[in-house]
Design a protein around this ligand. Structure first.
Ligand code: SME
Length: 166
């Protein structure tokens, strides 16, 4: 099994941490282009490497609706309607959303009551959004713009390494 070398190393600043994590993700995707397999392993790497995270996974667009994909964490809501929740808002706005306190986000969908902060990164192929990466944390203000930049680079790595489904 591939070792996650970036896992929780407190001596790394966030940029270095994400550079290392991107190498971990890239290594685990090497030689495999299957979209479900790669998103599943990516969710596992993120879930185990990121500190203070209680859910990490993907939703894929089917028509106008987001449908649950590979994830790590507690069972989650399966379908998210257009524009609903943080995930739907990220699709509508076509940009990463960093939510410091989900209880202050209008329409937030609570899948795990332990979640207090969230980050959602859209998966964009050409000009098409095919889904989102969603990560939840029990820690308020867990995610910053540095996390957004780091996770966007990991999503870019995932998309370029895979035969994108859907
Ligand atoms: N909180 C998300 C729903 C998905 S779960 O967090 C896994 C939202 O508001 O869109």
């Amino acid at each position: 099994m591939h070792e996650i070398s970036a896992s929780g190393d407190p001596s790394l600043n966030k940029a270095s941490f994400y550079a290392q994590l991107r190498e971990d993700v890239s290594a685990i995707l090497t030689g495999e282009r299957d979209w479900i397999a790669n998103t599943a392993n990516c969710a596992a790497v993120l879930y185990h490497a990121l500190r203070d995270v209680n859910w990490a996974g993907f939703y894929f667009l089917q028509g106008e609706e987001l449908v649950l994909g590979p994830f790590q964490g507690k069972p989650a809501c399966v379908r998210i309607g257009p524009g609903r929740g943080v995930c739907g808002a990220a699709v509508v706005q076509r940009q990463t959303l960093v939510v410091p306190n989900v209880h202050e986000f209008p329409g937030h969908i609570a899948c795990d009551c332990a979640s207090n902060a969230e980050i959602v990164v859209p998966l964009i192929v050409g000009d098409r959004i095919i889904g989102v990466l969603d990560i939840d944390s029990p820690v308020l203000e867990r995610f910053s713009e540095e996390d957004a930049a780091g996770l966007e680079s990991i999503v870019a790595c995932l998309l370029s390494a895979s035969e994108v489904g859907g």
